[in-house]
Design a protein around this ligand. Sequence first.
Ligand code: COA
Length: 166
Amino acid sequence: MSCSLRPVGRAQRAPLERLTAATGRFRPDEVAIALELLDDSLAGDADYRFLGAYDGDTFVGYACWGPTAGTQGTYDLYWIVVDPAWQGKGVGSRLLEAVEHRLRTDNGRLIVVETSSRADYAPTRAFYERRGYARAARLPGYYAPDDDLVIYLKDLTHGVLARATS
Ligand SMILES: CC(C)(COP(=O)(O)OP(=O)(O)OC[C@H]1O[C@@H](n2cnc3c(N)ncnc32)[C@H](O)[C@@H]1OP(=O)(O)O)[C@@H](O)C(=O)NCCC(=O)NCCS
């Protein structure tokens, strides 16, 4: 399917809230964090960058990322979310590729993604793994007693991970 990628503006605040909640993956306090980051970004905070995916004027997904404080060229991908009605159609892949492209041109080196070990996150983990993200760490019981934190890394320069495994 063809969608276009454009900035996320104030007009997308309510659709972003609806779409994030509609995935059923995020608690209300987590949805509130996504909105807070959007507000910070719209207020000019360069630590949080957003890119939206649109079908015509309809907002169908977004990614949010930013530089990781205290690092050289490491970025966190904070959110990547696609409206459930639009999942599995290539929107998430286009968003991820666009974020990676921007980071390469911004001298980005590493992308860090944090996700959950829960069974309902298996499609999300598969999504990252098939796009070159390597499972780098697992913190048992991080989110809840039976919900681990899984950290993925993508090395945009093929430097640090290649060295770590050689
Ligand atoms: C993960 C997510 C962003 C992927 O976006 P998407 O537009 O569905 O992804 P694409 O269509 O480009 O790619 C689909 C791929 O993702 C996987 N996938 C993940 N969730 C899926 C879903 N609900 N439906 C279909 N495919 C899904 C498929 O296995 C498929 O893999 P393949 O292309 O390698 O065979 C999206 O499914 C989503 O918003 N999930 C809920 C929120 C979430 O978990 N976000 C990440 C943590 S912040």
